[in-house]
Design a protein around this ligand. Sequence first.
Ligand code: MTE
Ligand code: HPA
Ligand code: MOS
Length: 781
Amino acid sequence: MKDLNTTPESSLQIKGAAHQNLQHDSAIKQVQGRADYTDDIPEPAGTLHAYLGVSTVAYAKIRGMDLSAVRAAPGVVTVLTAEDIPGVNDVSPTGKHDEPVFPTEKVEFHGQPLFAVIAETRDLARRAAELAKMDYEVLPHAIDAVSARLAGMPMVTDPLKLERGDVDSGLAEAPHRVRGRLIVGGQDHMYLEGHIAFAIPGEDDDVVVHCSTQHPSEAQHMVAHVLGVPSNAVVVNVRRMGGGFGGKESQMNLFCAVAAIGAKKLNRPVKIRPDRDQDMTATGKRHDFVIDYDLGFDSEGRIQAVDSQFAARCGYSSDLSGPVTDRALFHADNAYFYPNVRLTSCPQKTNTVSNTAFRGFGGPQGVVAAERMIEEIAYALGKDPLEVRKANFYGEPGDGRTLTPYHQEVEDNVIGRIVEELEESADYQARRTAILAENAKGGVIRRGIALTPVKFGISFTATWYNQAGALIHIYNDGSIHLNHGGTEMGQGLNTKVAQVVAEAFQVDFDCIKITKTTTEKVPNTSATAASSGSDLNGMAALDAAEQIKARLVKFAAESRGIKESAVRFGPNQIRIGEEVVAFAAFIREAYMARVHLSAAGFYKTPKIHWDRAAGKGRPFYYYAYGASCSEVAIDTLTGEYRVERTDILHDVGRSLNPILDKGQVEGAFIQGMGWLTTEELWWDKEGRLRTHAPSTYKIPLASDRPRIFNVNLADWSENREMTIKRSKAVGEPPFMLGISVFEALSMAVASVADYRECPRLEAPATPERVLMAVERLKAGV
Ligand code: MTE
Ligand code: HPA
Ligand code: MOS
């Protein structure tokens, strides 16, 4: 393979080549309100609005559904039920057929969509949706993983087991053994723009759906399936999302299906946009987990054996719970070598909304369990948790400490260097000593500090997803039209891919038009997910650019009668031997000579494979690493706390765009911190989510940001694999840096009992939980 990762000299003269700091291409438009989202698309005359009618019980047989009042309500044009579905009544992303658009026999969670009202205005549709009279035969429900399991409810998909070594002897022979349980909460995505789909009918079977999905191809296939038409009748378009965070990987399917069914039935455009409360109750979230661990270790704190079970609240259907719970196991080692290990998942069915992808995709729940086990060892042995971490890090090839529980070798380990550098730059040792001394004075305010590492596997664990396509046209005025299969959700993917193309053609970034994602241009794409957007689409775009370049080089050489090696691109020009031609002029010339100026590029990740039944393979192409050090102060009388300082060192290989990557690291850290501190999902006994709006569900505010916040990228890092320009994925890994806040809180709490005991905080560690932990430790119970 030709190494296309070298950076030509002339790139320095180009505005916006790879590795340069370039602001997000939509930044100014977003601030000025000129960036278009789905709801900004002008509505054609005759556009109608849909709203979902939802269930008010958690589990019941549907005896009857009286929709007469709904139909009679002002402005209502029609009501869609299962009977209006021409094709298959299912939007399950994994083909399990367990997720009806509208159920017919039973409802399986409080808030489940049952029908859709279509009316002249959204407000009228929303009011009418309240008027259904449902006749339910209510059945006993179970809303959390533990009670559902006790009630004998099935799993939503087959569990996974990862095993290596001899766990039972490892545990039995270990000098120390701890058993514990960690309860870690879920999380709502809280994207600024909620779910939305806008379907415009065309002739014959055709329909165009504009929507906010991370996975346009799946939405397309799903709409086709529900309408009973081939995929070629359906076009799905996404210009950008106002955030997705995994919440729009599969959850948009239902909204697209409803809009499309309505549009085809009425032959009028139909838009559906739930309000925030309905978005929060009717769509899936991060899985909360109950994690049981049995841990054996020696007196140095070295882990000898781990046996752990991961039960997740999956909700009523499988959705992506299989791969999410798998990824929890893949990350239950975090950066640590487990000589003997057994990890099992329990993707538990519950009578709640079906949980879904969320930044990290189950990985954070695995990592937080690994970090809890480290804490357990540290408190049991009276050591600094950082010392225990270091004793357990994966090793170097050849030292017998590189094999993961899924039998992949860790070949690119840089966690030692990352942690060492951060320990130094954050002045960890001195600050910890000072904090211990301050806490020893016994004040009301207690402090804690923690330095936690992250290792995150990059690639979709569903191997076939690791492919991408791109389409580049150069018009005869020299302007470049770039399209690829990825979607923009704020992460800066379009900017990065355009930088790659700018560098390939050696033209300024501004010469490239970034266009909406559409299933018409690149088919069969994967979700923009698993942090792999720029890895995959960057490579596909580079492939397309190189094809066009090869044709241009051939033409240049032939037309001048010189060798191809004498043709050079850039900056903003082509050098053909001694002759220099402006890029646009040369393109015009190539067009006149009938050179093909368009190409479709393709990429698939090499080296990866995964045998789920055997629990063995190389699911990840490489790993991304990082570490964070946080200091907190808690008020032991109220449980309130604040983050005084956070230092981060994160590895993104050779960054495609350092300022965008830094933004990703900062945002991910804050979102991870929110997950473990203030964001609490709470269901009542009826299975009704009571935290369904920003009034009751608290994401971090600007004022919750660490008082001192030092974020750095490991500028010495370079991906040892041949990724795009030797960069590494950045989207998800830094989410888990938020764990340092959680553990610093734990240390502050532990101080009230002189660190004799691991406080075993539950997540989210809300002020109430912190206070309860303080009280419990003080009372010595
Ligand atoms: N950043 C912003 N601003 N908005 C988002 O919705 N999603 C995250 C991450 N960063 C997200 C984000 C998630 S869950 C993933 S998987 C990646 O971006 C997806 O994009 P990438 O693969 O291009 O990094
Ligand atoms: N990560 C994120 N999204 C996914 C994955 C994954 O590994 N597999 C399927 N969808
Ligand atoms: Mo991200 S959870 O893989 O969309």
